[in-house]
Design a protein around this ligand. Sequence first.
Ligand SMILES: [Zn+2]
Length: 64
Amino acid sequence: MPETPKTIESTVWNDIKKCWESVIIPVDEYHGFTECRHCQKPISHNVKSEGKFKVVWVKCACTK
Ligand SMILES: [Zn+2]
């Protein structure tokens, strides 16, 4: 069983500032991730956060 992260640093597009921002998402339950098809690093994590299921997007190795 892999260790469950307590928080995930998500990358979200801020449409007001027009830039990418890092947001710390608290993790209640961790349900795995989706790999980037190019670099095989996680590109999104499936979690339960604050009582709701959500997909948390992160930067993979392709994103600079
Ligand atoms: Zn990638």
